[in-house]
Ligand binder design. Structure first.
Ligand SMILES: CC(C)(COP(=O)(O)OP(=O)(O)OC[C@H]1O[C@@H](n2cnc3c(N)ncnc32)[C@H](O)[C@@H]1OP(=O)(O)O)[C@@H](O)C(=O)NCCC(=O)NCCS
Length: 173
């Protein structure tokens, strides 16, 4: 049986925080996570936009001052356009990605979004596993979309399905 994330259990002393909304105060830690997880996908000014822009929504999980996970997107006319999900390499496969992304999707729905969309590289099996597990399905493909020649899959989710997602508690060893 899966455990509900909201189950009343004392947190493990080294557990990351529950997902919290991020703003410009998280600029340094978000950039540091971006470097560790994605080799520096966005510049400082792009991160400033992402965290400070009206209509952008961003959640992350902390351990002390360090950001371990992040999921971010833009609210555009009733749709959440997912821009980035990242988990610290040493914290992967413990449920953080699923937890932080589900929180973002649920908050987008709470704020009136009906759908979420994203683009994911055809070769990114980890991200596709994460998105597929939450109910995203592929609705299109952009060939040779990325600089390395990789295609982008366009994926879509009706957010009403996210209400039903029970978030399993992350596992810590
Ligand atoms: C994609 C990413 C965010 C997943 O984070 P994570 O915390 O490891 O994911 P979770 O532990 O929550 O896993 C959720 C599900 O995703 C899938 N998944 C995650 N990592 C996977 C991998 N390496 N291979 C295959 N499936 C994977 C699985 O279905 C998994 O469920 P399971 O553990 O019950 O099998 C992480 O690998 C990452 O930061 N990658 C680099 C950044 C990136 O590519 N982001 C996406 C594009 S912006």
């Amino acid at each position: 049986m899966t455990k509900d994330w909201c189950a009343e259990e004392p947190p493990h002393p080294f557990s990351p925080s529950a997902p919290l909304a991020l703003d410009l105060n998280a600029l340094g830690p978000a950039q540091a996570l971006d470097r560790r997880a994605l080799g520096g996908f966005w510049s400082e000014s792009q991160w400033q936009q992402e965290l400070g822009r009206q209509g952008s929504l961003c959640f992350g999980q902390w351990q002390g001052q360090e950001l371990l996970s992040l999921a971010s997107g833009w609210l555009v006319v009733g749709e959440l356009q997912l821009t980035l999900v990242a988990v610290d390499p040493s914290w992967r496969r413990r449920g953080l990605g699923r937890q932080v992304l589900t929180t973002l999707l649920q908050e987008a729905q709470r704020q009136g979004c009906g759908q979420a969309s994203l683009e994911v590289a055809e070769s990114n099996g980890a991200a596709q596993g994460l998105y597929g597990g939450l109910g995203f399905s592929t609705v299109g493909i952009r060939r040779r979309y990325y600089r390395n020649g990789d295609a982008a899959l366009i994926q879509w989710l009706e957010l009403k399905h996210v209400e039903e997602v029970r978030i399993p508690a992350p596992s810590f060893h």
